[in-house]
Design a protein around this ligand. Sequence first.
Ligand SMILES: Cc1cc2nc3c(=O)[nH]c(=O)nc-3n(C[C@H](O)[C@H](O)[C@H](O)COP(=O)(O)OP(=O)(O)OC[C@H]3O[C@@H](n4cnc5c(N)ncnc54)[C@H](O)[C@@H]3O)c2cc1C
Length: 430
Amino acid sequence: MSIFNRNGSGNGYRPSVRYSALSLLRRGLSGEEWPRVWRSRELKSSYDVVIVGGGVHGLATAYYLAVNHGITNVAVLEKGYIGGGASGRNTAIIRSNYLTPEGVRFYDRSVKLYENLAADLNFNVMFSQRGHLTLAHNDGALRTSRWRAEVNKLEGVDSEVIGPEEIKGLVPFMDVSEHARYPILGALYHPPGGIIRHDAVVWGYARGADAHGVHIHQNTEVQGVDVEDGRVRGVRTNRGDIAAPVVVNCTAGWSSLISEMAGVRMPISTFPLQAAVTERVKPFLHPVVVSGTLHVYVSQTDRGELVFGASVDPFTSYSTRGSLEFIEGLAGHVLELMPSLANLRLLRQWAGLCDMTPDFAPIMGITPVDGFHVDVGWGTYGFKAGPVAGEAMADLVASGKTPEIIAAFDLARFPEGRFVGEKGAASVGH
Ligand SMILES: Cc1cc2nc3c(=O)[nH]c(=O)nc-3n(C[C@H](O)[C@H](O)[C@H](O)COP(=O)(O)OP(=O)(O)OC[C@H]3O[C@@H](n4cnc5c(N)ncnc54)[C@H](O)[C@@H]3O)c2cc1C
């Protein structure tokens, strides 16, 4: 017998108001208020499933539990506000041009879900598939690009290696001359890659989950996980205890702390990752550009700002403060790629937390504690995985079986030495 009450909600979307041009017009004319995107509910003393963490992973898991499996007696517990973790701080790059077949298949499923997400959620997530370029400045990087392109093609993902002239055609402002400190030899070009509006993804999943009866509790901090006879029994929070036969840890940068509460040790270290944004300029940069050698990447938003990112800070920390050292290095490296940006002003910099694993791949699935599951180890690359991770974790919770698409990412791979080596493709040069 199932431990879940299934409401059989199916695939139909049921918000209290459907967003459309007609409803915009009707409310514009009548002046009627829009309802809140998700509701505040009473915290119950028990749920069928408790999800810790209100980022894209926690909310997507809750949404797919409700929509795909009819499991709606679910609480998402968030210690701050939803999207306040890395999900609201990332640079929103979506792609699937990974290095391992397991990685490529997994992220490709996410790109496919992202392609339909606005329609599925009835929420404009502004997914812009403008192409993604990973520059190669030396023979080693070019060889890895070719390797990635071949693995991608075998998995049906559109990627190819292109030369400096084609790069110049895609990004006219790029210095592809031989005089650069690190001349550009080629690039891995991945047309389906792009950027998205990360807040909208979080809010859209929250709205969808709420519409199906999921409870989203903000300002609710998990302070302990109850385990008895090798099984999870519930969680202790700053607002009271909650009994639950299933607890899913979706807390990214904080995930080793939550797992520790359940007595599960994770091979995860938390590092800050910084990013920055400039003032708005006329659109001139279409694709996303990444340089591992220079440790930078850059994209231009629909509003015209340039968004810059880099690799993680060189020390473990739970601090989310920006540093001058980071911004100096970043600016210097961006100018090596595009010298004509010299007079552009930076507006803002910020940081988020990244849960890094030894093989740069996530840790997903069951743990030695029955009912205590993890969807963590998202490092600097987990936003793009939100939809597929949510879908797979919901399948795992509903069926009790690990879905094939996440089988390679299990926690047991570490003691057993089965790494999923994604270091060459997961993020900017580490
Ligand atoms: C600057 C930056 C740039 C990035 N760029 C990209 C990118 O371009 N593309 C990409 O794919 N990924 C990127 N990432 C990584 C990506 O943002 C994360 O991997 C992803 O958002 C993780 O989502 P999540 O839902 O697992 O975690 P989060 O969004 O971090 O959510 C976890 C939540 O758990 C909550 N929490 C923690 N402890 C508790 C507790 N005790 N009780 C209750 N709640 C708790 C936190 O408040 C937080 O809101 C970037 C990250 C950063 C910081």
